[in-house]
Design a protein around this ligand. Structure first.
Ligand code: DC
Length: 213
């Protein structure tokens, strides 16, 4: 059983993916961490993020055991990830790991940008989780404030969200987009409990429909 959850930054897809995986007893892979880790390794070795040769080499040699590194958290690591994610050979190098993960029993939830369209086009259920850019920026802004960051303004957060959306949906290879058969979940007006309930309800309906056909 494979559940694909895609969507833009700060849409709530990561939290929903983890809770959905717990609910069904499935494995969960936050595929953004793979791109974040490649960007980390490229930068640490002193290369520029758009250095294709270095990014591909680090993507091919990625050690999945390093994905729980706290340095991969945060918006800055996400912005850097979005730069290496534009490189087609980097995406190709990370594909086999994601597809092998998706086959894990009894099931897997993968969240990212291209899970329903490229990584697992045959997923049993696909969700595209979104929210307006203002609400996503507000969530991120409040998170920064709660962590003691008083220096970043709301407008700066909004600008960085818009820039990341543009990069992720504007790239030529595997851009972020809604798969034809994905269920759209707009969390603009929903808190996390309501979003989780809506996600589980949609997934159960979809799996039920597939089983009936
Ligand atoms: O989901 P995230 O914010 O951790 O992702 C960080 C960046 O990685 C995102 O801006 C684009 C890239 N990414 C991607 O291109 N494809 C994925 N499946 C997941 C993430």
């Amino acid at each position: 059983m494979i559940i694909a959850i895609d969507g833009p930054a700060a849409s709530g897809k990561g939290t929903i993916a983890k809770r959905v995986a717990d609910h069904f007893g499935f494995h969960c892979l936050d595929t953004g961490l793979l791109y974040r880790a490649v960007a980390r390794d490229v930068a640490r070795a002193g290369f520029k993020l758009d250095d294709t040769w270095a990014a591909v080499a680090f993507a091919r040699g990625l050690d999945a055991a390093t994905l729980d590194d706290p340095a991969l958290r945060g918006a800055e690591a996400g912005d850097r990830a979005s730069v290496v994610a534009k490189i087609p050979e980097v995406r190709r190098a990370l594909l086999a790991y994601q597809r092998a993960f998706a086959r894990r029993e009894p099931g897997a939830v993968l969240d990212g940008r291209d899970i329903g369209t490229v990584v697992c086009p045959d997923a049993d259920a696909k969700l595209f989780v979104t929210a307006t850019s203002e609400v996503r920026a507000e969530r991120r802004f409040l998170e920064l404030r709660s962590r003691g960051d008083q220096s970043t303004s709301f407008d700066e957060v909004l600008d960085s969200i818009l820039a990341r959306d543009a990069r992720d949906s504007g790239r030529a290879d595997a851009p972020m987009k809604i798969a034809d058969d994905a269920i759209l979940l707009d969390t603009t007006q929903l808190d996390i409990e309501a979003a989780f309930d809506a996600a589980v309800g949609s997934i159960k309906r979809k799996i039920g429909q597939r089983a009936a056909t």
